[in-house]
Design a protein around this ligand. Structure first.
Ligand code: ZN
Length: 389
């Protein structure tokens, strides 16, 4: 079936002007100033979008789709996500990962949940591996998992600089990265290595050592939670200058912010003001993660759940509170993560790309969400729900 979005201001993410966008068979077929196909094809569904902004569907590169955490005991394992946790927040592509717990949570379960979300309407991928090294896999090797399992596009999140990590060595991280890189090369994927950054003041020194001591390019690594404290954000500036990628985590708690965690939107504005390249910077929600807080003796003192809603909330805040232009702000959750992850049909409004798009009203509220050409959200309400919602 054809769908025609009429008269929206299109951000591809770069601003294209007021355009009509024609969708056929789940893909973008044409982007023109005026398309009148509805007169010929009477079944064409027309979505009137004058005065609205059309942006690519958001790509969330780190989500605990099967839940995460459990740092306070079994009852603190966070729940699985549902389709509308993504769709209502404009997220049409996500990457599922395990978290701190790769004992009671498994890669087969992650893979099954990812396929369920893809069946229900969005596009979901996964990383093989785990927080701890040696990493868990399905086939016995990171390289084979990435080559043989279509859904697996990289490895991680592997924890470093964190008291919950396995304290991996330079050579352990180098070996995993080599396997991910070769696995990616042989299967036409990026084989990205997602790295969970903890609170230790080692910051990025382990990754810098791997890059210095091996031929693995810096762009193989994708460290996340870079805004978790001021020291790490500052340390990441030279990593950016060296050509490295960074991911900022939008989920947070008021306590973390009060304790000095830089807010994502504010951190983005700061990095852009300092002339950093926005193509190296992404946001992810860390949705359904546990957000534990620890007291000065390392004891768990509180636990919250990461929210997918935070992803667009921080983009919106970057625009409205920190004056980052919309076409720049949306890059961090559209074209940039799609490029980092090697998802070429995602994160852009262009002919032949997947028809994953979000319509925003003039106050930048999400009104309509299309994924693979299907309307999942209309007038801010989910019209398609997950199987058990
Ligand atoms: Zn993490």
């Amino acid at each position: 079936m054809l769908k025609l979005i009429k008269g929206a201001d299109v951000y591809a993410p770069e601003y294209l002007g007021q355009k009509d966008v024609l969708i056929a068979d789940g893909r973008i077929m044409a982007i023109e100033t005026e398309i009148n196909v509805a007169a010929i094809y009477k079944d064409c569904v027309v979505i009137k979008a004058e005065g609205m902004k059309l942006v690519p569907g958001f790509v969330d590169s780190l989500v605990h789709i099967t839940g995460g955490g459990g740092e306070g005991g079994f009852h603190t394992r966070t729940p699985e996500m549902s389709l509308t946790d993504a769709s209502l927040n404009g997220i049409t592509t996500m990457v599922g990962v395990l978290g701190t717990d790769a004992t009671t949570r498994s890669l087969p379960n992650l893979l099954a949940k990812s396929r369920a979300l893809t069946y229900e309407g969005i596009s979901c991928y996964c990383h093989t591996g785990s927080y701890q090294v040696p990493v868990t896999t399905i086939t016995g090797s990171v390289q084979d998992d990435i080559i043989l399992i279509p859904d697996f596009i990289g490895v991680g999140e592997i924890a470093i600089a964190d008291h919950r990590s396995s304290n991996p060595s330079v050579s352990e991280i180098a070996k995993i990265a080599s396997q991910a890189r070769v696995g990616g090369m042989l299967s036409g994927k990026k084989g990205i290595v997602s790295i969970h950054m903890g609170d230790s003041t080692d910051y990025l020194s382990l990754l810098k050592a791997v890059v210095d001591e091996t031929d693995i390019p810096i762009t193989q690594f994708y460290p996340t939670h870079i805004n978790r404290n001021r020291g790490l954000l500052d340390a990441a500036k030279s990593w950016l200058d060296d050509g490295g990628l960074i991911d900022l985590t939008t989920s947070t708690t008021e306590m973390d912010l009060a304790n000095g965690e830089p807010r994502c939107s504010e951190a983005l504005a700061e990095l852009l003001e300092e002339g950093k390249n926005i193509d190296q910077i992404t946001f992810s929600s860390d949705g359904h993660a546990s957000l534990p807080t620890f007291d000065s003796e390392g004891n768990l003192s509180g636990l919250k759940v990461g929210s997918e809603a935070s992803l667009f909330a921080e983009i919106r805040a970057a625009v409205l509170d920190y004056n980052v232009p919309l076409e720049m702000a949306i890059k961090v959750a559209t074209s940039s993560p799609a490029s980092v992850l090697g998802l070429h049909s995602k994160g852009r409004i262009k002919v032949s790309a997947d028809a994953d798009m979000v319509l925003l009203d003039e106050d930048l509220n999400i009104q309509t969400v299309l994924a693979k050409g299907q309307v999942l959200v209309k007038d801010g309400r989910a019209i398609v729900k997950g199987t058990f919602e």
